[in-house]
Ligand binder design. Structure first.
Ligand code: HEM
Length: 356
């Protein structure tokens, strides 16, 4: 099926080395010759992405750009998303929003690909979502050279089930991105941003995973460890083929503010099995097909056994700077999936990837 969103153009451009002046921000001496994007091109595109994020008022765009970056890189970052796959539901929004910037910057002249712009947008979205106006940790795009798919998007990419227990979660991220358990725990903190919508995924997640769903920080880990969690079933019989879902909400009796909340804020926040799996290992109590878990998750209490990754969750909860740093490293690694970093003599970003 051809997807109208995807103007699939071959961008297997040869990133000829030797364009040193281009890397330093100058123009290629040879007009019309394909050249490497300059840092200036990336800076200009980044400015437009920031303006786009600020301008979009119909929905919170930054989290959707972060999610797009992740989904594009499952199976290798290739600038193509199969919108016929239910796991990608909702990603038409960031794809459409970015299209004018893709059309402007992913050209033969710059040699940038759509996948490069999507990666730049994902990193930029994470960067600007940090709280405050100062001291934001920069999330620069250091590597370009991703190659867009030239035909229909691959349909065999496997996205992680939301019903994963600890081993399944670690397994997915190891196989798909070569992530260690620590990197897996760090990347899951992306869920500090954004929401889930029943029409997309069947989860009632309008309130997000944390009370401030537009702020990138370590609050995801604080929430996971700081509350009692109770599972409930979402009836999706009105929106089939989306299945009924089991998800978690804050229960009573835990948390810092009493009543399971944090000073009354964010009591509607939710978690998926695959979120709580970084702290609790409910493998033996999980019905994988539905996501139903029969053991309990009470703050610091027994019930579902603690996961082998619990120590990382505690570390990230206690140290936002550590988490931001580790999250950025893991996200950058994810955003180069399918490529080698063997660009010779690359001292100045942007450096050029080559396909594996
Ligand atoms: C086991 C792994 C994961 C599962 C099962 C999962 C599942 C989901 C689901 C079900 C949604 C809601 C979609 C909707 O209803 O619109 C969602 C949203 C989101 N995911 Fe994940 N996710 C996983 C990992 C990740 C990773 C690794 C990232 C980024 C690096 C990420 C970033 C996001 C973001 C930012 C949103 C919010 C999007 C929005 O606000 O529209 N997720 N995820």
């Amino acid at each position: 099926m051809k997807l109208h969103h995807l103007i699939l153009f071959a961008s297997t451009l040869t990133f000829a080395r030797g364009a040193e002046n281009a890397l330093k921000g100058g123009r290629s001496e040879h007009q019309g010759e394909r050249r490497l994007a300059t840092q200036q091109d990336l800076d200009d595109a980044k400015k437009e992405i920031i303006a786009l994020i600020k301008k979009e008022t119909r929905f919170l765009l930054a989290p959707k750009l972060v999610r797009l970056g992740f989904h594009d890189c499952v199976g290798g970052c290739d600038g193509c998303i199969d919108l016929g796959n239910a796991d990608n539901a909702g990603l038409d929004k960031p794809i459409d929003a970015l299209k004018p910037i893709v059309d402007k910057y992913a050209t033969e002249k710059t040699g940038l690909s759509r996948a490069d712009i999507w990666a730049l947008a994902a990193l930029t979205a994470a960067e600007v979502s940090q709280p405050g106006n100062r001291d934001k940790v920069p999330f620069p795009l250091e590597w370009i050279g991703r190659v867009d798919c030239v035909d229909d998007p691959p349909t065999d990419n496997e996205f992680p089930s939301p019903n994963l227990a600890t081993d399944g979660l670690l397994d997915f991220f190891f196989k798909t991105f070569d992530f260690s358990p620590e990197e897996t725990v760090a990347i899951m903190g992306a869920h500090t941003l954004g929401v889930a919508q029943r029409v997309n995924s069947g989860f009632e997640g309008d309130a997000g995973w944390v009370p401030q769903e537009d702020v990138l920080n370590n609050n995801y880990y604080t929430q996971i460890l700081g509350a009692n969690w109770q599972q409930f079933k979402v009836d999706n019989s009105d929106i089939r083929p989306i299945p009924d879902r089991f998800q978690w909400k804050k229960g009573t009796g835990g948390g810092f503010g009493g009543g399971g909340g944090f000073g009354g804020m964010g009591s509607d926040i939710f978690m998926l099995d695959s979120d709580l799996a970084i702290a609790r290992d409910f493998e033996d109590s999980l019905v994988e097909a539905t996501g139903e878990v029969s053991c309990s998750i009470k703050q610091k209490a027994s019930g579902c056994p603690f996961a082998s990754t619990l120590g990382f969750v505690e570390e990230y909860k206690n140290d936002n700077a550590l988490w931001v740093n580790d999250f950025r490293a893991a996200f950058n690694k994810m955003l180069t999936t399918g490529y080698k970093k063997d660009s010779p003599d690359c001292e100045n970003a942007p450096c050029v990837l080559s396909p594996k």
